[in-house]
Design a protein around this ligand. Structure first.
Ligand code: PRX
Length: 646
């Protein structure tokens, strides 16, 4: 069916200057596979260790002796690696460029200033009782303080849990409760596309539902008049004035936790993905340099919010560990105009630009003129992340944004992987639009069939990883059994990614999307079970089943089948109320695109919902419903097809 797309060879100048060329890549793959301790020990020198590790890799994916440990006896501090070690030669270089929601707002923060501000914030945390190992919740807009807060936690050994500003008070409360967080850092409001996001008000509401938080640090960003709970809330400016700008970085074991980040799975509530100090920072730094072929002094812009893993690894930790200038953008791609991304690139002379296909698709719809009105001549590399990039969007990115002169790195990875695992290397890998191409050194992929049988050569199946890499998550916070169950039990001895994947005759990998009950909406992960739970909380709802469907801009949209209680009349007002209910429970990003009233859901005789059928109806693949004879009541399918929402 599929026609092989064109190949874009590595430009000769890139091959000549790259950190890793083709031969280097092949050699590194072999070294990482055959002599892992020697290879990773050598690579670990990129970090500044208080004690250099002598134990490098200690891993088993098997149930009996399951363990994942890297650089175990090494001692280091993440904030010292991201700041202090650059001071001797880079104190006056820009660490962070902040671009606000309004084009008139921007700021440059040097490494020297970053040091001072992070130390101050760290001292404020300490003065307010935050200790090594405590969990600190960060709910901030994309302002430099978000990076200061993360680095301040890392400096004193506190574990941060950043929550994206689009999540609701209920979601915040759930995450605070799950990790037993005692302290919250937030701002009065955020600004996105000219609209205000009521961050502090959301925190106040969340804290009505959960106990155990004894302090809220409030950063004044917009200056809005927000609630202030005496005894609990602290004003950041006031607190910062009381402490010094010197804070010794806490020596941390490599396997000590650095952060928790919640992400959706196919079942239950979001999982607290835990990443560690040594392995995570190493992987963020190593991949940032290799994948983007990063050189000191370059301006690097990852458009992801720090509330997502991409913002953690390539907005903050990777670039700062490498002494880069990282750009943090508070706004959105279409405010005040649809040229904003490209204007920001010109304004700050961005050299490497890393964004998501959903943003590209929405801008592509606006035509080429808003792009062509800008110069973009500072750019030398483009990146994509978060979902499969369709070849059409890839070509537009390449030809229109990149004027046909810039390579694109399509990077595949997950919250769980800490950093990129599959990606072209600019100086080593020929590109094929729509393919994330090849695994990085140390990443051992396998494609298996449903029973776990290993598939060789050109094939398609489920994507597994057979060995560990340093950036791998170490546990689900508070539930190690769930960690093993979720990722290592489906195909024993292997990490199962949850993604489907094709490998072509050249050994290139093509991610086809999730094969579990996770949907990817605008590059954001959403568990269908979470949305269903939110819907059934409504008094009028008896049952709900949620699936993904192809969406031109978002990649996938959310399609909900809802069965109402007996006697309840289906109205547009109820539909609106149900969408509002989901926004309230989870946040605006989980709002269903389509709600179809379903008098009945297709169930097996044992009561299991046949999602395969619901997916096909949502995708409008009505000819491919398959065998419905095992259903308890096959006639419900006819009704769903007949009344399919447009
Ligand atoms: O399905 C894959 C998709 O996003 C999932 C991971 O989502 P999350 O943990 O939120 O992390 C997103 C940012 C790293 C994966 O299981 N995905 C991510 N990148 C790509 C991708 N699918 C195809 N191509 C990619 N480049």
């Amino acid at each position: 069916m599929s026609t092989e797309p064109e190949i874009y060879p590595v430009p000769a100048d890139l091959a000549a200057r790259a950190h890793m060329d083709r031969a280097g890549y092949e050699a590194a793959r072999i070294a990482a596979r055959e002599t892992p301790d020697a290879y990773w020990s050598e690579q670990a020198k990129r970090l500044d260790w208080m004690t250099f590790p002598s134990k490098i890799k200690d891993v088993s994916f098997n149930k009996e002796d399951f363990r994942i440990r890297w650089f175990e006896d090494g001692v280091l501090n993440v904030s010292a690696n991201c700041i202090d070690r650059h001071l001797p030669h880079r104190e006056n270089d820009t660490a962070i460029i902040w671009e606000g929601d309004e084009p008139t707002d921007s700021e440059h923060v040097t490494y020297g200033q970053l040091h001072e501000r992070v130390c101050r914030m760290a001292n404020v945390l300490k003065a307010n009782g935050v200790r090594k190992g405590d969990r600190v919740t960060i709910y901030l807009p994309m302002i430099p303080e978000a990076a200061y807060a993360m680095l301040a936690c890392a400096r004193i050994g506190a574990v941060h849990s950043v929550i994206f500003g689009g999540f609701s008070p209920d979601s915040i409360a759930g995450r605070i409760e799950d990790c037993g967080s005692t302290f919250v850092i937030t701002a009065d409001e955020g600004c996105r596309g000219g609209k205000k996001v009521p961050l502090k008000a959301n925190v106040d509401k969340a804290l009505e539902k959960v106990s155990g938080v004894d302090g809220v640090l409030l950063i004044r960003h917009t200056g809005a008049d927000v609630g202030f709970v005496e005894g609990r809330d602290r004003d950041y400016e006031t607190e910062a004035a009381k402490v010094t700008a010197h804070c010794h970085p806490e020596p941390m074991q490599a396997e000590d936790p650095l952060f928790i980040l919640y992400t959706s799975g196919s079942t239950g509530k979001p999982k607290g993905v835990l990443h560690t100090t040594g392995g995570y920072l190493f992987w963020a730094s190593y991949t940032h340099e290799l994948v983007f072929d990063y050189r000191p002094g370059e301006v690097f812009w990852c458009t992801a919010d720090v509330g997502w893993v991409t913002g953690h690894s390539y907005g903050v930790y990777g670039p700062l560990a490498n002494g880069a200038t990282t750009l943090l953008f508070e706004g959105v791609p279409n405010y005040p105009t649809v040229s904003r991304f490209w204007e920001v690139i010109d304004k700050h002379k961005v050299e490497i630009f890393y964004t998501a296909p959903t943003a590209l698709r929405s801008l592509m719809r606006e035509g080429d003129a808003p792009v062509k009105a800008t110069s973009r001549k500072s750019l030398r590399l483009l990146g994509s992340v978060g979902e499969p990039i369709n070849p059409e969007a890839w070509r537009w990115y390449h030809e229109v944004v990149g004027d046909g002169r810039l390579p694109i790195v399509d990077t595949w990875w997950q919250t769980e992987t800490g950093g990129v695992l599959i990606s072209p290397l600019p100086g080593a890998t020929d590109l094929k639009p729509g393919s994330a191409t090849k695994p990085l050194p140390g990443v051992e992929l396998q494609i298996v069939d449903a029973e776990g049988g290993v598939l060789e050569g050109a094939t398609e199946g489920n994507l597994c990883i057979t060995d560990s890499w340093p950036g791998q998550m170490r546990t689900v916070y508070g539930d190690h059994a769930r960690f093993f169950e979720t990722y290592f039990s489906t195909y024993p001895g292997k990490y199962f990614t949850g993604d489907g994947c094709r490998r072509d005759a050249d050994g290139y990998y093509w991610i086809t999307g999730r094969v579990d009950d996770v949907i990817n909406v605008s590059g954001h992960r959403m568990g269908t079970a979470e949305v269903e739970s939110a819907l059934v909380l409504h008094d009028d709802v008896a049952e709900a089943a949620v699936v993904g469907f192809p969406h031109d801009i978002k990649g996938q949209g959310i399609y909900a089948y809802v069965t109402l209680n007996k006697g309840v009349v289906a109205t547009d007002a109820l539909r609106t109320a149900l969408v509002a209910q989901v926004r309230l429970e989870i946040g605006p990003i989980a709002a269903p695109d389509v709600i179809q009233w379903a008098p009945g859901l297709p169930k097996t005789r044992s009561g299991k919902i046949m999602r395969r059928i619901l997916r096909k109806i949502a995708e409008n693949e009505l000819g491919a419903l398959g065998d419905t004879s095992t259903l308890a009541d096959p006639s419900v399918v006819d009704d769903l097809v007949k009344n399919r929402a447009a």
